[in-house]
Design a binder for this molecule. Sequence first.
Ligand SMILES: O=P(O)(O)OC[C@H]1O[C@H](OP(=O)(O)OP(=O)(O)O)[C@H](O)[C@@H]1O
Ligand code: HPA
Length: 183
Amino acid sequence: MTNTIDELNKILEEADCLVDEATINATLDNIAAQITADLSDKLPLVLCVMNGGLIPTAALIERLKFPLEVDYIHATRYGMETEGSSLNWLSYPQTSLKDRHVLVIDDIFDQGHTLQAIIGWLEQQETRSVRTATIINKLHDRKTDMTPDYVGTDVADRFLFGYGMDYKGYFRNLKGIYAIKGS
Ligand SMILES: O=P(O)(O)OC[C@H]1O[C@H](OP(=O)(O)OP(=O)(O)O)[C@H](O)[C@@H]1O
Ligand code: HPA
């Protein structure tokens, strides 16, 4: 069902801010330093995982002071839902991937199915290396057996939104990371 603006404003008012803007910025600085150490001489191709990766990718690449290219991949397993299902591939990168050092950036490492599938697909494209980065790690024991190379702040096992993550398509534009009341 579609939410009204009043309902959405109430959800935000009642939500708990779990990670503030200053903490996100410190996390981004830290991840950017690690990426710089590993990739600054590799002319990497950065792949944003749409849609959630949009804001983290923009924030991270402006901290990377070396030559890189940017493209995107669109794969989603949550859609408008709060429970993930099978991965739906909506768009593939247009840039040639062969022999490239690829850095995949997403907002959240939740169960890991999305990144695991993306890594699997990239490895079939004859890439030279594949690394993954997320700003947030959700703490629970339902993970796949992959872990991103660069992982930001740990957060509780609740339904999150903000800084790329959505609640029913909304709130990706918030500067902090919030959890729905009662989740
Ligand atoms: O680790 P996982 O359990 O696979 O979950 C993480 C993925 O889920 C979200 O995407 P979603 O499918 O909600 O699409 P979106 O990016 O458009 O919000 C998020 O942006 C990650 O890509
Ligand atoms: O907690 C979440 N919030 C929004 N999107 C998500 N995708 C995976 N987990 C989440």
